[in-house]
Ligand binder design. Structure first.
Ligand code: LIP
Length: 279
């Protein structure tokens, strides 16, 4: 029976909705991850390049997103959708799904087991400056780690509640970052790293934003910063971090996460990391 989402309604109804959306996202992410892993084992076909030569899309990216989109359409036909590979469609309900079918596509293509299915449900105007994420899943189908969160109910991994590192050790922060596909942006990104390094004990570059956010939520990193993220790269990860007691922000309107800059970390590091990253 398709689920009709109330546009408004009581907080209990909204909480019930968020719980249902999280459960649906978890179920679909598992199937999507299984498909991605299977296609990986069969060999990866590069379908095309997008914004730059290095910005590849594989046949599996498209196939996995089609699976996610068709499952969501069957279960919740009134909802909107925003996906990396198949674009945006406005819904008539208050819910929009923001999807990256295989985040870390270059890792996926090279056989580096650090990629993830990222699914978020947001309410309100479907733009990062305005939306409210209510459910999130980041699933690495190789490690089988499924990070999930429901607004107001915490972030979880394998039944363990996740908590960010409030502040880094005196040795400095263990930070992660990333670089865009356009070589013309690399000098600026490296200058940003140079500004941030005085805060760091070391830097990690894992290659999948959704997993970087998840690792901040899990306390495996003290912080993460990157320029050039798209809404589907950060929609789910940002809710994991805030539900784990962390802060997210950037160069967007009102200090929100944006393509110009995204930052995520514990509350006691946030202002210093944002200031250094903004420059
Ligand atoms: C990737 C992000 C990564 C970033 C890459 C790319 P994709 O997303 O996860 O953090 O550095 O440039 O945006 O393209 O694999 O979905």
């Amino acid at each position: 029976m398709p689920h009709r989402a109330p546009k408004t309604g009581t907080s209990v109804e909204r909480m019930g909705l968020a719980h249902d959306l999280e459960a649906l996202a978890i179920d679909i992410a598992r199937d999507a991850g299984d498909l991605a892993r299977t296609r990986r084992a069969e060999g990866v076909a590069i379908a095309a390049t997008k914004s730059a030569l290095a910005d590849i899309v594989t046949e599996a990216d498209r196939e996995v997103e089609t699976l996610i989109r068709s499952r969501l359409r069957a279960e919740r036909p009134d909802d909107g959708f925003l996906g990396e590979e198949t674009g945006a469609e406005r819904g008539v309900s208050d819910v929009t799904w923001v999807v990256d079918p295989i985040d870390g596509t270059v890792n996926y293509a090279y056989g580096i087991p650090s990629y993830a299915v990222s699914i978020a449900a947001v309410t309100g105007e479907p733009s990062p400056e305005q939306w409210q994420a209510v459910a999130a899943v980041v699933f690495n189908p190789v490690s089988m780690e499924l990070f999930h969160a429901e607004r107001g109910e915490g972030a979880w991994l394998d039944g363990q509640r996740l908590v960010v590192n409030a502040e880094p050790s005196p040795a400095g922060a263990l930070l992660a970052t990333g670089f865009g596909y356009d070589p013309a942006t690399h000098a600026g990104d490296l200058a940003r790293v140079a500004r941030v390094m005085p805060l760091a004990r070391d830097l990690r570059r894992a290659g999948a934003a959704s997993l970087d956010f998840a690792f901040v939520a899990a306390g495996r990193l003290d912080g993460y910063f990157e320029r050039g993220l798209q809404p589907w790269d950060h929609a789910a990860g940002a809710l994991l971090v805030t539900e784990a007691g962390g802060m997210v922000g950037g160069a967007g309107a009102g200090g929100t996460v944006s393509n110009a800059l995204s930052v995520a970390c514990g509350p006691l590091l946030f202002d210093r990391l944002l200031t250094a990253a903004l420059g």
